[in-house]
Write a protein that binds this ligand. Structure first.
Ligand code: OOB
Length: 570
């Protein structure tokens, strides 16, 4: 049953001629959307074509039912290879949708999906797309703190997990989530013993007629890297996201012959859509799921599955370029390596082609929307020194000073953006939206960039209070709040410090309460971990201080704290 008003008619959103009916239009008070004049422009330009994910899969399945859509190298009954054709994925999505509907899950319902790189990820998300229920994309690394928050904030009705993955038992996490979140009626367990919950494999049922969502409906909630105490949710529509796939495919030359290796966690925006697994499925290509990013595993799959394109974060690109020349695997099929999520050093960028024999494309993207790519025909200097240019001619880019004044080309400033696949506001976050978006709808990315005369962007830094740990984003405030919960802690500040491999790692500066029992760094880390924070957010280093450096107006100077970091050691 739908517990959410998103399915209800929203006031003031009557459909114009040629537009889909407005009955399922998302409630703008929950998810701010594009003003009608922009929506009309994006439709007229052909960016929004009225497609939905459900239809996309059935069209591909009708056109080429036997072509392989998804390969899961270890997902078979005995840990062997599984390959699902488009026809099979389509049938499975239909049957899963029917089974979920029979359990009362429907339009507008939120379902937290926390699956690793397994074929069921696609079965579940396409089923939810068909139902008009919204996947909330959690990462396998998330723990109690994040999961309980996602479930309660979205009033999720269901949560989909593996039984055990990477040695962690997700059923225990689900038990906590269910005890703490009253709306959470269902937990579905993929692979292994479901215990007290339902086995995902037993959900599918005979397909029944299900009304499809409309192209302007929300398709899912993606997670923001965040810079605030709790992560923000990003509402993406079918129309806008599918446009980003189509645009990415064209720029990265993804077509029906492409074989995309999904190395990063499948739910993250980069491997999902840049061009990622969904872009590849849109093109009718093949997605190969990589269970582990270590070179031996990934290189073996590149050779055996004839992988043509993949995407990784900079630390992984570094490891791969070092491992490739010594590897016995043949990587000849690989033609494009996308690198993004964090700044890629020019030095390593130059080593990609000699080491891996493929073309590098830098990607500077964000789950909120805007994605920039270097182009396949860009000169090598542009590819190794810039983070690319936007997908769309309708992506508006502004580089501004602290007062929002536009800066001349070449000067570094705050990146603001607006366009056909960049959200106009986070989900249910009006106060935060007032800060993160300008009045005329530009998203304040929090990134400091410089534009080149060719329109390419160079990322120079960041103004948001976030740590980018090798592509994994950590909101300083979120970690600070957890440390502050310790009874011996008076105050805490978390900042980035340089790391030769990750680019950045986290350092927590802590002031203890006067008279409190002495505390050591490992105890702080343990305390944070036990509060159920994802491991990548646990501070790498904890330093006890008597006071924090202050700015002229008496605020804590994170800039000075960052400057206090020791030089990186290799
Ligand atoms: C991707 O998405 P998110 O949402 O995890 O993180 C977005 C932020 C950006 O605002 C920027 O701060 C940083 O990650 N970032 C980069 C970068 N790519 C992302 N900073 C420097 N250089 C780059 N190449 O990370 C994401 C989404 C889609 C495609 C690629 C990455």
């Amino acid at each position: 049953m739908s517990t959410d008003p998103a399915g209800a008619s929203a006031p003031g959103t009557t459909a114009g001629p040629g537009e889909p009916p407005s009955e399922h239009r998302p409630d703008p008070s929950e998810a701010p959307t594009w003003p009608e004049e922009f929506a009309a422009r994006y439709r007229a330009a052909g960016w929004w074509r009225g497609e939905t994910f459900g239809e996309m899969l059935s069209e591909r399945a009708n056109a080429h039912p036997d072509r392989i859509a998804v390969v899961d190298p270890t997902g078979g009954p005995d840990g062997g290879r599984r390959a699902w054709s488009y026809g099979e994925l389509d049938r499975r999505a239909d049957r899963m949708a029917a089974g979920l509907a029979a359990r009362g899950i429907g339009r507008g319902d939120k379902v937290v999906v926390q699956l690793p790189n397994v074929a069921e990820f696609f079965e579940v998300v396409f089923a939810l797309f068909r139902l008009g229920a919204l996947p909330v994309f959690a990462l396998p690394a998330h723990r109690k703190s994040e999961i309980v928050y996602f479930c309660s904030f979205t009033e999720a009705v269901a949560y989909v997990i593996p039984a055990v993955h990477d040695g962690f038992d997700y059923r225990e996490l689900a038990a906590t989530a269910r005890a703490e979140v009253p709306t959470l009626k269902h937990v579905f367990v993929s692979g292994g013993d479901a215990g007290e919950f339902d086995s995902l494999a037993e959900v599918p049922a005979e397909p029944a007629f299900l009304p499809e969502p409309a192209p302007h409906d929300l398709a899912f909630l993606q997670l923001s890297g965040g810079s605030t105490g709790v992560p923000k949710l990003i509402p993406r529509t079918h129309d806008d996201y599918i446009y980003s796939l189509r645009g990415s495919n064209e720029i990265c030359a993804v077509d029906e012959h492409s074989v995309y290796l999904c190395v990063l966690p499948a739910a993250h925006n980069f491997p999902l859509s840049s061009p990622g697994s969904l872009g590849t499925l849109y093109a009718g290509g093949r997605v190969v799921l990589c269970p582990s990013p270590v070179p031996d595993e990934a290189f073996r799959l590149i050779e055996s599955e004839g992988v043509t394109i993949t995407g990784v974060v900079p630390p992984l690109a570094l490891v791969w370029t070092e491992a490739a020349p010594r590897s016995a695997y043949n990587l000849n099929s690989l033609s494009v390596l996308l690198v993004g999520g964090a700044k890629f050093s020019e030095e390593t960028a130059r080593r990609v082609r000699p080491a891996l024999g493929c073309t590098l494309q830098q990607v500077f993207g964000m789950a909120e929307g805007l994605v920039n790519y270097t182009r396949l025909d860009d000169p090598n200097e542009t590819v190794v020194t810039t983070q690319g240019r936007p997908i769309s001619p309708d992506d508006e880019i502004r580089v501004v000073d602290d007062e929002d004044n536009d800066l001349p080309v070449g000067e570094a400033g705050h990146l603001l953006t607006r366009g056909p696949y960049t959200i106009r506001g986070y989900w249910k976050a009006p106060e935060h939206n007032a800060r993160s978006f300008t009045e005329d709808g530009f998203y304040r990315t929090g990134d400091i960039v410089r534009l080149t005369p060719t329109g390419h962007l160079i990322v120079e830094g960041r103004a948001k209070d976030q740590i980018n740990r090798g592509g994994e984003k950590i909101a300083a405030e979120e970690v600070e709040n957890h440390i502050l919960a310790h009874p011996a802690v008076h105050d805490a500040n978390v900042v980035a410090e340089p790391d030769p491999y990750l680019g950045e790692r986290t350092c927590a500066y802590v002031i203890l309460r006067p008279g409190a029992d002495p505390l050591r760094a490992p105890a702080v880390k343990k305390f944070v971990r036990e509060r159920g924070l994802a491991a990548y957010k646990v501070p790498d280093r904890v330093v006890f201080v008597d006071a924090f450096p202050k700015t002229g107006v008496g605020k804590v100077s994170k800039k000075d704290l960052r400057a206090a970091a020791p030089a990186p050691t290799a």
